[in-house]
Design a protein around this ligand. Structure first.
Ligand code: CP
Ligand code: NVA
Length: 314
């Protein structure tokens, strides 16, 4: 049984397959609607944190494909508190055909997968945001025509979104650069793993401290919040350290003339990105948000279309 927990777990072939499927399902949707590929299938959505995009795009993805999603709020299940993670997985996976979970610790989504009888999708953990990265790559390909060979620059915190983007660039042969204050850089083990992946695809991974040097000649500039969900107590300290990494007109001027600006959203306007850039001609942030819907349809079909509904043990 397949799960979708991290971009780092994908083979280049799986990565390509999901992207191809996303393009196909998006085109089909734009032509008038999707076929009911997930007719009568159900998705349980477990959230330990708030969400707009992930919650609504998964819900609509299931609806458009003929299935149904069930939202389970942070207070409802009490993952690991009211009941152990293993028991939640054992019970929930007897009711639904797939589970999507947004958790704090990445180890918790791995544990859910270990005890689940149905595929588990990571809807964001502290380590990766793999659904976001699939939508990001789809957006880059639509706007730049390709991923391979592009310079993709992430500015700010070396967080879950940056890490998934790094692995996606490594799989797809892009040149990934992450510019962060030294103590907020992407972790060495992940960078080493991504470099090994990039070696096979013709891509590269570089870490910078200087945001301006990083942004030079970029095809893609990408940023995210300086304090992720769960790091609220650090927000004031981070707000003093990160301003040099703000994506503003001055920084965009260093990138290629046709560079695109991306943000996974929610954005903190005036902090990691200015209004001028977010609402300006380089910004593709709302196309990117839309693509969550199309990329996740592909992830769902990829996981559920091959699952034999008769394989459930009693
Ligand atoms: N980008 C993203 O995951 O947004 P939400 O937190 O609103 O789901
Ligand atoms: N890095 C952010 C992404 C939100 C979609 C967070 O984890 O809060």
């Amino acid at each position: 049984m397949k799960h979708f927990l991290a971009i780092a777990d994908l083979t280049p072939a799986e990565f390509e397959q999901i992207l191809t499927l996303a393009k196909k399902l998006k085109a089909e949707w734009k032509r008038g609607g999707n076929k009911p590929l997930l007719k009568n299938k159900t998705l349980g959505m477990v959230f330990q944190k708030p969400s707009l995009r992930t919650r609504v795009s998964f819900d609509m993805a299931m609806l458009h494909l003929g299935g149904q999603a069930l939202y389970l709020s942070p207070n409802e299940i009490g993952l690991g508190q009211r009941e152990s993670i293993a028991d939640v997985a054992r019970v929930l996976s007897r009711y639904v055909d797939a589970i999507m979970a947004r958790v704090f610790a990445h180890a918790h989504v791995i544990e859910l997968a270990e005890y689940s009888r149905v595929p588990v999708i990571n809807g964001l953990s502290d380590y990766e945001h793999p659904c976001q990265a699939m939508a990001d790559v789809l957006t880059i390909i639509e706007h730049c025509g390709k991923l391979k060979g592009l310079k993709v620059v992430f500015l700010g915190d070396g967080n879950n979104v940056a890490r998934s983007l790094m692995f996606a660039c490594a799989l797809g042969g892009a040149h990934f650069v992450c510019a962060s204050p030294r103590e907020y850089a992407l972790d060495e083990p992940a960078v080493t793993q991504a470099r090994a992946m990039a070696k096979k695809s013709g891509g590269s991974v570089e870490l910078f401290v200087d945001p301006k040097a990083a942004a030079r000649d970029a095809d893609v500039l990408y940023t995210d919040t300086w304090a992720s969900m769960g790091q609220e107590a650090e927000a004031a300290v981070r707000a003093k350290i990160f301003p040099p990494y703000q994506v503003n007109a001055e920084l965009v001027a260093l990138a290629k003339r046709k560079a695109i600006v991306m943000h996974c959203l929610p954005a903190h306007r005036g902090m990691e990105i200015t209004d001028e850039v977010m609402d300006g001609p380089h910004s593709v942030v709302f196309d990117q948000a839309e693509n969550r819907l199309h990329a996740q349809k592909a992830i769902l079909v990829h996981l559920l279309a091959t699952k034999k509904s008769t394989s459930r043990k009693k």
